[in-house]
Design a protein around this ligand. Structure first.
Ligand SMILES: [Zn+2]
Length: 323
């Protein structure tokens, strides 16, 4: 791939997380090369842009491509993004300078390229919809189970965004318990505050049986440990597993009732335990979702971390058409 006509089909894609910034060179819906740099998200994102530019240049050079011959840059971010204007509307204690950044201006000045940006869960959903578990389905929702709970919806073949870009994206902050745990978003009893990696330690320590649990001796208290200890019969781990499966399933029912999808795609790091999560969510939905037209299927994501990178080409095309 050394001539500019094939490079034109490539996208420089970037998924900005709290600890890692993943970069990819994407060609025809495949990540052909990737790299990773540290986020240092407690500092400003502006300080990471020179390293990001250098990493993109390195990726291009290693693959015989000039950055300016690419279709553009895509960026997925852990925030609410107004995709039409390119404005980032909030920060959540990470990269506090995000709302004031002109990332499109940066991409133009640095590479002479257009830049498309979106919420990270929505990017993953677009990737799965166009190229992964959601191919051929124009009504779907996706839930990513990870540090937080990300959600997004595709309705009648359109990416659901709403007036300010937040429609469908905040369902991890739908209220599951009105007298539940306070969440960082300002709400109380959010699904995310009831069962996500961010709140797992708090959830476990609040249980009286935690003191007797093998979880107490885990070097890293994450959901992989919870599912492993639950499979061994640990009572505390079993209770946390059942609680979390119910929270994620109830959240899925809420999304089904709100957005009328045919498919629920479930992704994120916690889906390393998909063999337990997928059938549990399917059974709960079969029993509790009101879908008189038929059955909503629950499927694991197919593209994993690559989904948000692969979505970049579609997003660039969509945003260039709407500009
Ligand atoms: Zn919340």
């Amino acid at each position: 791939m050394t001539n500019s006509s094939s490079a034109r089909l490539s996208t420089l894609a970037c998924d900005i997380g709290a600890t890692r910034i993943k970069l990819g060179l994407v060609h025809e819906a495949k990540v052909i090369a990737q790299d990773m740099i540290a986020s240092y998200s407690e500092g400003p994102l502006a300080d990471r842009l020179p390293d990001l530019a250098a990493a993109f240049r390195k990726l291009c050079a290693a693959n015989g491509i000039k950055p300016r011959d690419c279709a553009g840059i895509s960026l997925s971010l852990p925030s609410i993004v107004d995709a039409a204007t390119g404005r980032i509307l909030a920060e959540y204690g990470r990269f506090r300078d995000m709302p004031g950044l002109d990332l499109r201006g940066w991409a133009k000045a640095e590479f002479g390229l257009p830049l498309a940006l979106e919420n990270d869960a929505r990017m993953a959903t677009i990737g799965e919809w166009r190229h992964g578990a959601g191919r051929g389905c124009d009504d779907l929702v996706m839930i990513t189970l990870g540090t937080g709970l990300g959600t997004s919806a595709i309705c009648q073949g359109r990416v659901l965004r709403g007036k300010h870009g937040q429609a469908g994206c905040l369902c991890g902050h739908l209220t599951l318990h009105y007298n539940g745990r306070p969440c960082g978003c300002g709400n109380i009893g959010c699904a995310e505050a009831e069962a996500s990696s961010k709140f797992l330690s708090e959830l476990a320590h609040a249980r009286p049986d935690f003191a007797q649990s093998a979880l107490r001796h885990e070097p890293l208290l994450d959901f992989a440990a919870v599912f492993r200890r639950a499979a061994e019969g640990d009572a505390c781990a079993l209770a946390i597993r059942e609680h979390s499966l119910r929270v994620w399933s109830a959240l899925a029912v809420n999304l089904i009732h709100a957005y009328d999808p045919e498919l629920v795609i479930v992704g994120g790091g916690i889906m390393g335990s998909a063999d337990v999560i997928q059938p549990a969510m399917q059974a709960y939905i079969d029993q509790h979702a009101h879908t008189p037209w038929g059955r909503v299927r629950v499927v694991p994501s197919q593209l994993g971390d690559a989904a948000a990178l692969i979505a970049g080409a579609w997003l660039l095309q969509e945003q260039s058409l709407s500009l």
